[in-house]
Structures are given as structure tokens and as C-alpha cells.
Design a protein around this ligand. Structure first.
Ligand SMILES: C[S@@+](CC[C@H](N)C(=O)[O-])C[C@H]1O[C@@H](n2cnc3c(N)ncnc32)[C@H](O)[C@@H]1O
Length: 295
């Protein structure tokens, strides 16, 4: 190497600082994400362990190469559509931080309405027995259990991998009042009866075009779709509910925005009273409840 080449050899660039890196990752996510900056911040916090405050305080500091590489990889996966919850492995639901993986539905904010409904229905019961069918990550059962220490729960799913994750979430949150059972709807329950049945079953029409858009493309189809235009599982659950409810017990189901009238009609035909449908924050009919009358 001549002395001239040595003189003009460019200095390696100093590592980009945190703020510049975040800008870069946000710009990469812009074409595919509705919240590119937020996504980039979540992924960086996940990899680095930095808090929101530290992102601000250290914004002019360089980031370690290893951290940059790992966030680069996650940003690439996110730009191909992978949901943030599957990339970080976590999602908050009803103030509980839940472990999430590709075997379960990512818990939705609207499902918190079903938890609110369940908690208000059992408020005056002394030691309610509750059945959560299709528990997935365990979101509903865990949220109820952590807010109702007097309740005893059974959480079921037909997917063994989902049940393993739900049980792990229960351990993480030191919740011991939930039992887990692999069962296709009521098939594994024998004669058991409950004070309350809750479920957020699959209710999407297999032909729904939304299934090929956004995060749902990556979620298990078994958690999303139901035959008969999304109605088959609601029909199954309402159809046998009276065999598993105590007289005076309640059922509360989450359903599609256009399935409220249908769900009320099904429950009415099965003899339920006190029928009511609640709307979510977007003013969509979302949760229908009914009482199995005392004879
Ligand atoms: C819409 S996800 C709800 C998951 C979770 N409860 C929540 O709200 O986030 C529906 C769940 O029902 C389960 N499932 C589907 N078919 C089932 C069946 N035949 N019996 C029991 N569970 C079923 C799926 O595995 C999935 O976990």
C-alpha cells in the first residue's frame, strides 16, 4: 500500500447512534406497517432491554453491532408482515404480560370486553366455577382468575400446543386456580356443570378477504375460521351449553360484528333469558350473554 493510498483511505464510519438507527428502521417499515416508528421502538426495546425513558436519554449514544444486527433481522421479518407479538413473543392483555407464539391467536383488545362481562356476572357469586373454551394463550381465563380470586376455572382447547402455552402463562403469573384440559368443545367434559361459560371461538367466514391481509395471515387458521360462514362453532357451543350450565348460570360469547342477532336467536331457541349484546369500543356488537333459567 503506497503512502498516498494510506492517506486517503476512508476512516470506518462511527457506529450509528440510537436515534439515527431508529429513523433508519422506521423508514424500512414505512411501506408495510401502519405504525413504523412504534414497531421499530418495540423491536429495539425487546432486543436491547432499554426502557422508553432510556430510548430518549441515550438517543445520541452508539448501539452495539450485535444489537443492530438482531433488530435488522426483526425489522426484515416485520416488513414481510410478521406480527410484532410473534417477533417479541409477548403481548399485553388486561394488564397481564402474556407469552405468545405462532400456535395461538394474538389476544385482541376487544376481547377485554368479554373479561369485563364475565367479571361483572360472577361478582355476586361466592365461589363460581367458570369454563373458558378455546383458551388459546389463556388470555381470558388468566385475566378472570387474576381479578377474581374466589373463582375456579377450567380452560380448554383442542390444540395441545396452545394449552402448553396457556399453562406456562399461568405459571409465569403464579395463578393456580385454572385447570387445563384438551377437549373439542364439550366432548371431554362428561357431566360437569358451571356457573359461567365464556368463549371467544373462531368466527370468521373462511371466504373473508381479510384473512389474506395484515397480521391474521400469520395466525393459526384453527383459531380464526369456522365453517358455515363463521357460524359453526357458535352453533356448537350454544347448542350444548345447557348440558353444562347450572340452573341460573350464564354464557357469554364473543362473536363477529354482524353475528349478534344470530347469536341472540340461537340462545333464545335454547331457552336462555336475559339476552343482551354489548358493543365494543368501535360500536360493533361484540359480546352476547344469556342466562339459563332456574326451572
Ligand atoms: C379466537 S381463538 C381465541 C383464543 C383466546 N381465547 C383469545 O381470546 O385470545 C379460538 C381458540 O379456539 C380453539 N379451538 C378451535 N376449535 C376448537 C374446538 N373444536 N374445541 C376447542 N377449542 C377449539 C383454537 O385452538 C383457538 O385457541
Amino acid at each position: 500500500m503506497s503512502w498516498l493510498t494510506w492517506l486517503i483511505k476512508p476512516e470506518p464510519l462511527p457506529p450509528a447512534n440510537l436515534s439515527e438507527q431508529l429513523k433508519h428502521w422506521s423508514s424500512l417499515l414505512e411501506p408495510s406497517s401502519e405504525s413504523p416508528r412504534l414497531d421499530a421502538e418495540i423491536l429495539l426495546k425487546h432486543v436491547s432491554g432499554l426502557s422508553d425513558t432510556q430510548l430518549i436519554v441515550f438517543d445520541k449514544e452508539p448501539l452495539e453491532k450485535g444489537i443492530i444486527k438482531r433488530v435488522d433481522d426483526l425489522v426484515a421479518a416485520r416488513s414481510h408482515g410478521s406480527p410484532i407479538a410473534y417477533l417479541t413473543g409477548w403481548r399485553e392483555f388486561y394488564s397481564l404480560n402474556l407469552k405468545i407464539n405462532q400456535h395461538v391467536l394474538i389476544p385482541r383488545p376487544e376481547t377485554e370486553l368479554l373479561v369485563d362481562t364475565a367479571l361483572s356476572l360472577i361478582q355476586s357469586m361466592t365461589s363460581p366455577r367458570i369454563l373458558d373454551m378455546g383458551t388459546g394463550s389463556g388470555a381470558i381465563a388468566l385475566a378472570i382468575a387474576s381479578n377474581a380470586i374466589h373463582a375456579e376455572l377450567l380452560a380448554t382447547d383442542v390444540n395441545e400446543k396452545a394449552l402448553e402455552l396457556a399453562a406456562e402463562n399461568a405459571r409465569l403469573h403464579h395463578i393456580e386456580s385454572i385447570k387445563f384440559l384438551n377437549s373439542s368443545w364439550y366432548s371431554g367434559l362428561a357431566e360437569e356443570r358451571f356457573d359461567l361459560i365464556v368463549s371467544n371461538p373462531p368466527y370468521i367466514d373462511p371466504e373473508d378477504p381479510h384473512l389474506s391481509q395484515g397480521d391474521v395471515r400469520f395466525e393459526p387458521k384453527q383459531a380464526l375460521i369456522a365453517a358455515d360462514r363463521g357460524r359453526a362453532d357458535i352453533i356448537e357451543i350454544t347448542g350444548h351449553a345447557t348440558d353444562h350450565l347450572k340452573p341460573g348460570g350464564w354464557i357469554a360469547l364473543e362473536h363477529g360484528y354482524d353475528q349478534g342477532e344470530f347469536t341472540r336467536a340461537l340462545l333464545k331457541s335454547r331457552g336462555f333469558s336475559g339476552l343482551k349484546t354489548l358493543k365494543d369500543l368501535n360500536r360493533h356488537e361484540r359480546v352476547t350473554m344469556g342466562c339459563y333459567p332456574q326451572r
